[in-house]
Design a protein around this ligand. Structure first.
Ligand code: GLU
Length: 439
């Protein structure tokens, strides 16, 4: 008999007590950012209303057989915020804290990110609430395939295109692609490769996608350095989160002579004012699971991490990390948001008061979705671009977006984040005005 154990639904473990201040609601922060820019562009109230909530919110509960033969129920989300500019687009996150408001916020930011970057996609985000670290490879495969099956025709290469995010990777995407392809008719199968992006190059992914977000981050830092006359050679930086984004950004920045002095992740924090070796740390994190205990640095606590003096601070982990509690500690010139939504409204105000520049998430981490767009194009055309070609195109697009932000910041007298949202909203508004709102 099928042993469906209803008690084994994944629940989030208690969040570690990270902050004295109550955590900001991440979706409200996303809404406030939108409203602030809406005022600047005098956004049509109807469009503001439409964009204030996602178009579709899909929640699925699906059973998966565990290695020990028991069954567990998982909760998965796919939030489709907007498809006015093109198919819904955005990552899938596997994390025990995934919840509806988080995925809604992340989906809304994807709409803004794609519109800012001028790539023909809308915005979406998905997630499954569980800790991938607690599962075997076989279990991860079954969870991914069952989730993809549960999403059914709510995704598709011309409708909604998932990608990796926190807790997922190219292998996850290949399983999603394979599951989706196999549920289509024999004759259409191969036209469906573009249902997800961030696949491995062997299975239809783009060269350069793996490190695209980290590289894009560095391109925006280079633009900022050129604008302000800052020398990256010898500059110091700290990274929060040593996953795909943080580790690649650290590796590429250090190649330019910048020195990584502090790193924090879910296991702890380390510091070495002489410099942490990014690749050695990556190897350590891959084998041990986190930065704690890394022999090339002293152990520090969270407050020490945030108060370490650096030129550049790169949050590349969870949302709402820079807040009323942590922002007053920070001693940096520049915050480059590798994560989505790492700064809450209090954090933002405090950084602004202290003269810290922020390169906002929808610009700074847009390298990932931009190369996802290249991957989708390559799939449609059955092409394989060279890594040099991908990087060159990415660099041009990041430079263009940075220049747009800079121009709007100066013209409108707003901060960088608002300038980025202003460009995104203006483009979305122009489309609504031409097409009208049906019916
Ligand atoms: N998850 C990434 C992001 O937040 C990439 C999304 C994509 O490639 O579609 O931008």
């Amino acid at each position: 008999m099928l042993a469906l154990n209803g008690n084994r639904q994944e629940t989030a473990p208690m969040a570690p007590k990270e902050s004295a201040a109550p955590a900001a609601n991440v979706f409200e922060v996303a809404q406030q950012q939108l409203y602030r820019a809406a005022e600047v562009v005098q956004l049509d109230p109807a469009i503001r209303t439409i964009l204030s909530q996602p178009k579709n919110e899909l929640i699925v509960n699906f059973p998966v057989r565990m290695d020990d033969g028991s069954y567990r129920l998982f909760k998965g989300y796919r939030i489709q915020h907007s498809n006015i500019m093109g198919p819904y687009k955005g990552g899938v996150r596997y994390h025990p804290h995934v919840h509806l408001d988080e995925v809604k916020a992340l989906a809304a930011w994807m709409t803004m990110k794609c519109a800012l970057m001028e790539i023909p996609f809308g915005g979406a985000k998905g997630g499954v609430k569980f800790d991938p670290r607690q599962h075997s490879r076989d279990e991860l495969e079954r969870i991914t395939r069952r989730f993809t099956h549960a999403l059914g025709s709510n995704i598709g290469p011309n409708y909604d295109i998932p990608a990796p995010d926190m807790g997922t990777n190219s292998q996850t995407m290949v399983w999603m692609m394979d599951t989706y392809m196999n549920s289509a008719g024999q004759t259409d199968k191969n036209a469906l490769r573009g249902v997800v992006t961030g696949k491995s190059p062997t299975s239809g992914g783009s060269l350069g996608r793996e490190h695209a977000t980290g590289l894009g981050l560095v391109y925006t830092i280079q633009e900022w350095a050129a604008e302000t006359g800052f020398n990256l050679d010898g500059a110091t930086f700290a990274v929060q989160g040593y996953g795909n984004v943080g580790a690649h950004a650290a590796r590429i920045l250090s190649r330019m002579g910048a020195v990584l002095v502090a790193v924090q992740d879910h296991t702890g924090a380390i510091r070495n004012t002489e410099g942490v070796h990014p690749q050695r740390l990556s190897k350590y994190v891959q084998t041990v699971g986190g930065v704690a205990g890394y022999p090339g640095g002293e152990i520090i606590d969270r407050r020490d991490f945030f108060s370490t003096p650096v030129d550049i601070f790169i949050p590349a982990a969870m949302e709402m990390q820079i807040n009323a509690d942590t922002a007053p500690l920070m001693r940096c010139k520049l915050v480059v948001e590798g994560a989505n939504g790492p700064t809450d409204l209090d954090g933002e105000r405090i950084l602004a008061d202290r003269g810290v520049t922020v390169l906002p998430d929808i610009l700074a981490n847009a390298g990932g979705v931009t190369v996802s767009y290249f991957e989708w194009l390559q799939n449609r055309r059955a092409e394989q671009w060279t890594e040099e070609d991908v990087e060159l195109r990415l660099e041009r697009m990041m430079q263009r977006a940075y220049a747009t932000m800079r121009r709007l910041r100066e013209e409108r007298g707003v901060d960088n984040r608002t300038a980025c949202h202003v460009h995104a909203l203006s483009r979305i508004q122009a489309v609504y005005h031409e097409r009208g709102i049906f019916p």
